[in-house]
Design a protein around this ligand. Structure first.
Ligand code: NI
Length: 396
């Protein structure tokens, strides 16, 4: 590992910080709170930040926290973002710091993101001076559309004067110590569809007197698969997944309706614009063919996450210095969504991944899995990356 004292914290400072990173992460892991309900989490973060000194700590929304470090030397205004929310699911890990809030779990690594940004705040607060202005936003509700970023970006003054923005996601599919960056399209727009098939209920012995919404719904699910396979160029990316199908109550009753829900993922704005009508055409056609009616709603989710090429290159350079050439990789684009894209509406920026997989520690479960966890060694890498990126980006 190369040591560049200009942008990297001294090794001793980082080593001293590492036990604290683990304490923060485990506290958050023990006390997860789901989107828009992160009250204790925000209070904990604010108290930790106030204890550091030298930071202006405030709350722009009830469950997010902003810390600002104003420098005396000229420089850019840089925004660093960590998401802080957990998921509504039950943890199946057995380590001693498992979730104490039943039905809530940090299964995406946001506990780690929060610990990392607290670590950066600690280093920055110890720094004698700073270039420009550093804003560190601990953002609520990444996991639930419309998302916390939307609220902070469009309904608060958070982005006023921000020149550049960055943030990271731990990645359980990347080995610990690896940093992945990608210019351009990185994460998809995750839209939702809601379909109700309106049939006519009746006795299961006499289907000829009913319009069976289950059979019609099954045809809708099957026919929706033709959109991607037959209706979209193989060179464009689109996912249509029906993830919810609910109908009926018992064996001898044909119900009068079936509820379907699903997700539609895309990068290309033009394709995204076509998707709602392509889907409705299938729903309408299948329903008409079988004498059913329908209700249909297409809900736009987060914007696609498109990294700024210049900022992504700065992050790649930083990664080369922090983790070295062998551990700096080109990230693959993913059909996952991320409300970090909202910040990119207001300022150039880039999002990147830090690996947290260590098979010896069983930290390779996918995100949102009940046994998801991270190798805590990734926390130090995250701090080094964010701290170095902040210094580099502040110089412009
Ligand atoms: Ni996440």
């Amino acid at each position: 590992m190369t040591q560049n004292l200009e942008i990297q914290p001294h090794a001793e400072r980082l080593m001293a910080l590492e036990p604290q990173l683990v304490i923060w992460r485990r506290h958050l892991h023990r006390h997860p709170e789901v989107s828009f309900q992160e009250h204790q989490t925000a209070a904990y973060i604010a108290a930790e930040l106030r204890g550091m000194g030298g930071l202006e700590v405030s709350q722009l929304t009830p469950t997010s926290v902003l810390a600002i470090r104003r420098g005396t030397r000229p420089g850019k205004t840089v925004l660093l973002r960590a998401d802080i929310d957990a998921l509504p699911m039950s943890e199946e890990n057995s380590f001693e710091f498992v979730s104490q809030n039943s039905g809530s779990m940090h299964a995406c690594g946001h506990d780690g993101h929060t610990a990392i940004l607290l670590g950066v705040a600690q280093l920055v607060s110890e720094q004698a001076d700073w270039d420009g202005e550093l804003r560190m936003i601990f953002q609520h509700a990444e996991e639930q559309s419309p998302g916390g970023a939307e609220e902070l970006v469009f309904a608060s003054a958070l982005m006023d004067g921000v020149d550049v923005v960055t943030g990271l996601h731990l990645n359980s599919q990347l080995p610990v110590g690896v940093v992945a960056v990608r210019p351009g399209a990185f994460m998809a727009a995750p839209d939702n569809i809601y379909i109700t098939i309106l049939g006519r209920g009746g006795h299961a012995a006499h289907p000829e007197e009913a319009v069976d919404p289950i059979v019609v719904g099954a045809q809708v699910v099957t026919n929706l698969q033709h959109i991607v396979s037959r209706g979209v160029s193989a060179l464009d990316s689109l996912v249509v997944s029906v993830t919810y199908f609910q109908a009926g109550t018992t064996t001898n009753v044909i119900p009068d309706r079936a509820e379907l829900k699903g997700t539609v993922r895309s990068f290309d704005p033009e394709l995204r614009e076509r998707a709602p009508a392509m889907i409705e055409r299938v729903v309408r056609g299948v329903c008409e063919a079988h004498g059913a009616r329908y209700e249909y709603r297409y809900e736009n989710g987060y914007r696609p996450l498109i990294n700024d090429d210049g900022v992504a290159e700065v992050l790649r350079q930083v990664a080369l210095e922090v983790v070295g050439e062998e551990r700096t990789v080109l990230a693959k684009p993913t059909m996952g969504g991320e409300d970090f894209s909202a910040y990119l509406e207001k300022a150039p920026g880039a999002y990147f991944n830090v690996g947290s997989r260590n098979d010896g520690l069983e930290s390779g479960f996918p995100h949102h899995h009940p046994r998801f966890t991270i190798d805590e060694a990734a926390l130090g890498t995250g701090v080094e990356m964010m701290y170095a990126a902040a210094i580099r980006l502040a110089k412009g």
